[in-house]
Design a protein around this ligand. Sequence first.
Ligand SMILES: *Cc1c(COP(=O)(O)O)cnc(C)c1O
Length: 424
Amino acid sequence: MSEILSRDHALALDAADPLRALRRQFLIPRHGSGEQTYFVGNSLGLQPRGAQDMVKEVMQQWAELAVEGHFTGPTRWLNYHRLVSTQLAEVVGAQSSEVVAMNTLSVNLHLMMVSFYRPTPERPVILMEAGAFPTDRHAVEAQIRFHGHDPAQCLVEVQPDEPNGTISMAAIEAAIQAHGPRLALVLWPGVQYRTGQAFDLQSIAALARGKGARVGFDLAHSVGNMPLQLHDWAPDFAVWCHYKYLNSGPGAVAGAFVHERHHRDAGLPRFAGWWGHEESTRFQMAPQFVPAAGAEGWQLSNPPILGLAPLRASLALFEQAGMEALRAKSLRLTGMLEALVNTRVPQVLEVITPADPAQRGCQLSLRVSGGRARGRALFEHLHSVGVLGDWREPDVIRISPTPLYNRYQDLHHFVDEVEAWAGL
Ligand SMILES: *Cc1c(COP(=O)(O)O)cnc(C)c1O
C-alpha cells in the first residue's frame, strides 16, 4: 500500500491539521469506553459545546426578564433572528439582507414558490431532477395543483443519464433548452442527497434565467458543506436547513435566501405575516402589510428563539474556521476516503458519487456489492462497532467525513472495519 494511504500518514495529517482544535468544540457520542466514529453530519450534525449555553441564556433571560426579554437583556428577542444573519450570509456567499433564518425547510420552500412560481398558460412548467428528496417533489406537485394545473403537464423531471444515477450538465442544459419557453421555475439541489453529486449552480442559474425562468435552489446538503456564492450566482431564491452540516440540532430553524433584485418589489405575491412587516412600523399594528426590505420580509411569525439559539454557537465555529479552510480539508478527507475504499475494499464497496472533486462535497455514497441483505449486514456491523454512516435503499451506505470534527484516522477506522467484516 502506498505511503500516503498508511495509518501513520493519517495520524501525521491529524497532528498537523490547522482545524484539529475544532473537534474539541463538539460533543461526540460515546461508544463503549471510547467515542463513536461519526460520519452522519449530512443527516444530523453533532452538537457544538456552545449550543447549551446559548439555549440556557434564552431560558435565563425568560426567567429573569419575561416579556422584557424582547427589548432588553443580553440578546433582545425582537431582533434575535438578526444575530445570525451576518455569519449566515458569509456561509452562503450572500449579503446579510438576502438571508433570513426562519421556519423549516419545507415551509420555506412553499413560501418561496408562492412568490417565485407564477405559472401562466404559456409558462406553467417546473423543471426539477428525477429522484429529488420527497418533500421537494411533494411541494412542487402541491404548488402546481394549487394553481389549478396538472402535474402530468407541468412537472418536468430530468432523468439521470450517467451510470451511477448522476445527471450530466449536458442533460440539464438540454432540458432547460428544450422546455425553455414553457419554464416558470427551475428548482435544483446543490448536492443530491442520494448520490452526493454536487451541481454547477452558477451555470444552472444562468441557463434558467437566460430562458426567462425563475430559479431556486434546495441547499439542504450544500450549506456548510461547499462554498456558495449565492449573490453572484443570482438564483431568485434558495432554501436550506440547519441541522445537517450546520450542526444546529434536530428540527433547527431553517434558512432562506432571496436575491437583492427582488427586495423592493412590493408587487411580488407572498404569504404575509406580521414578522415580515417593515420593522419601524410593525408595532403600530395597522391592518395594511408593508413588507420589510430583504429576505426578512418573508418572515411570518416571531421566531422560535429556542430553536434559533444553537445556530449561533454553530455559526461562530464556521466563522472561526472559514468555509475555504473547511473545504480544503474536506477535499483531502473525502479524497482519502475514496482512495482507501478503492484500494482496500473494492470488492465490497463501489463509490457512486462522482470522482471529480468539483462534483461532490463531504459525502461519498457507497454501493455495497452483493445486494441489499449484504449491505444491511455490513451497515449493522459498522453500527455495532460505533462507526456511524446512514443507509439509503436499496444498497447504499452514505459516509460523510466533515472537516469540523472528523479526523483522517477516522477514515482508517471505517475501512479497517469493512475489511474485518468482509474477512479480507
Ligand atoms: C433534509 C432535506 C429536507 C428536509 O426538509 P425539512 O423540512 O427540514 O424536514 C428537504 N429537502 C432536502 C433536499 C433535504 O436534503
